[in-house]
Write a protein that binds this ligand. Structure first.
Ligand code: HEC
Length: 157
């Protein structure tokens, strides 16, 4: 004969079941790793060193084929979110393919960059929380804006 389970214990059991199920789901997610790739650099942007340094620090993790994938970028489901962001970002603007863009495309992307900087949309806030070093100082923002203006004045650069 089995004793009836007291209600308190039944509640505890339910919690352990939930924890177990969550752990299993989390484990199963790991079987589907995101495809983190750094494709070949086809033609890196040739910007003045000061500008290149800022872009590398603040933008290259998403807008280049030289993403520094971190340990947490390998854990699902974070990995899925990060990989899809990087893919979306590369599609819009990829400094590793800059030299392969048509001049007209470069102009458009420079204009976009100017707008994204002015409205402080880039780098994204969520990224800055994890990478405070990517924050742009007002001076760096101004440096980038000067470079964008100069490049727009001299098509083909
Ligand atoms: C954490 C990743 C990340 C970083 C770092 C980042 N971006 Fe982006 N960026 C994105 C994503 C994702 C998109 C695509 C957004 C979309 O498709 O809606 C994007 C889009 C853009 C666009 C396309 C046009 C627009 O306004 O939507 C420009 C221009 C841009 N970024 C510039 C920059 C610059 C300049 C930097 C560095 C100062 C930077 N980004 C840093 C993720 C990033």
């Amino acid at each position: 004969m089995t004793e009836p389970v007291p209600p308190r214990d039944r509640k505890r059991k339910w919690i352990w079941w939930a924890v177990g199920v969550l752990a299993m789901v989390f484990g199963l997610m790991q079987l589907f790793p995101a495809t983190e790739t750094n494709p070949e650099v086809l033609g890196d942007l040739a910007a003045p060193p000061a500008v290149a340094k800022i872009l590398r620090r603040s933008c290259y993790d998403c807008h280049s084929n030289e993403t520094r994938w971190r340990w947490y970028s390998r854990i699902a489901p974070i990995s899925w979110v990060i990989a899809s962001h990087v893919n979306a970002a590369r599609q819009q603007l990829n400094f590793s393919e800059w030299a392969t863009y048509y001049p007209q495309t470069r102009v458009r992307k420079l204009e976009w960059m100017g707008r994204a900087l002015q409205t402080e949309q880039m780098p994204p806030t969520a990224y800055l929380l994890f990478h405070p070093d990517a924050r742009l100082s007002p001076d760096e923002r101004a440096e980038l804006e000067r470079w964008i203006a100069a490049s727009l004045n001299q098509p083909g650069s």
